[in-house]
Ligand binder design. Structure first.
Ligand SMILES: [Zn+2]
Length: 335
């Protein structure tokens, strides 16, 4: 299994998020990467740290130019310990905005996703490792790859940051691969992959399938329902599987098998897995009851598709056990 990580994706270190008017501790912490890398090394997996920057053209195929520019400029303008949170959201056309705080309301969907001086660089490196591994997959140098992306990406739409996500690493990899064949994205993060859905909603060359917590009760609340099936040319190429609280290994497996049948029928050239490990029973912001052992079976089931697979790390917030869960999944991929 080819494994790729970066360096500065750990520099992005938000101190708090704002929930119901209160500052609460931020769940998306650099320790997430440390715990995964430590567990991988313990199991003697090699971690590559060499990668190419994601080309501008690919970044702009996935995100709107004003959005990318804003993240870059806002990160650059902040001083050492400063951070930028939106205080008001765009309800009009965003005309005449002057300061960064107001501008940020054009590009944000929540108050959990601040910009810090290091955000652009970290998000850019996170996107770059997803791109670099996708390139190796496309060139046939690897059959399976896993990228330790952080910050995560699947909640970032073409022009909105949110859910701790800035650049949609999964969508960037899928967009790259879509130039070479049909791509299926399977999102197994606890939360609906709303950004990935939005980016490919009108396309049929990228099938998006997401298994997640019922959005009536869990973030991102406004998307992830069964009747969101795509639009225009993309009609029928977006499939959502919302599941109830405390969904365990057995029920999850049955849903995964259904989702994989849809993917198999689509006959993709490549599969991109958005791997969130916040489905874990002990995840601090969780909702499901999956076990460490199950991640191995989940991966084995996915690997049966026998197509080149890129795994992109998304969520997962139990910093003590996240590494074990990632290792369990990777072992399933290679068994
Ligand atoms: Zn998640």
């Amino acid at each position: 299994m080819y494994i790729l990580s970066a360096g500065s994706q750990k520099d992005h270190n938000p101190q708090f998020e704002i929930f119901n008017g209160e500052q609460t501790s931020h769940s998306e912490v650099p320790a997430r990467i440390d715990t995964i890398e430590k567990a991988l090394r313990r199991e003697k997996f090699q971690i590559d740290k060499t990668f190419s920057p994601v080309p501008k053209s690919l970044l702009l195929k996935t995100h709107k130019v004003d959005y990318v520019k804003f993240i870059s400029q806002a990160s650059r303008e902040l001083k050492n310990n400063e951070s930028l949170y939106p205080s008001i959201f765009n309800m009009g056309r965003g005309q005449g905005v002057t300061n960064s705080m107001t501008k940020m309301g054009n590009f944000s969907s929540d108050m959990y996703t601040p910009i810090l001086p290091s955000t652009y660089k970290s998000a850019f490196e996170s996107a770059s490792i997803a791109y670099s591994a996708a390139q190796k997959l496309q060139q046939g140098k690897i059959q399976k790859g896993y990228t330790l992306c952080r910050p995560p990406g699947h909640h970032a739409t073409s022009s909105l940051m949110g859910g701790y996500c800035y650049f949609n690493n999964t969508a960037i990899a899928a967009n790259y691969l879509s130039s070479y064949g049909k791509v299926a994205v399977l999102d197994v993060d606890l939360h609906h992959g709303n950004g990935t859905q939005e980016i490919f909603y009108q396309r049929k060359d990228v099938l998006t399938v997401s298994i997640h917590a019922d959005p009536r009760f869990k973030f991102p609340y406004y998307t992830g329902f069964v009747n969101e099936t795509g639009e225009g040319l993309g009609k029928g190429f977006n499939v959502n599987y919302p599941l109830a609280e405390k969904t365990g290994d057995k029920k999850y497996q049955a849903t995964l098998e259904k989702a994989l049948l849809v993917i198999k029928k689509y006959r993709p050239t490549y599969l991109v897995v958005a791997l969130g490990l916040d489905t874990f029973i002990e995840d601090p912001i969780g909702f499901f009851s999956l076990t460490t052992e199950y991640y191995q079976k989940m991966a084995e089931t996915i690997a049966h598709l026998q197509v080149p697979i890129l795994i992109v790390q998304e969520g997962g917030y139990n910093t003590e056990k996240l590494g074990n869960n990632a290792v369990s999944f990777i072992k399933g991929m290679i068994s």
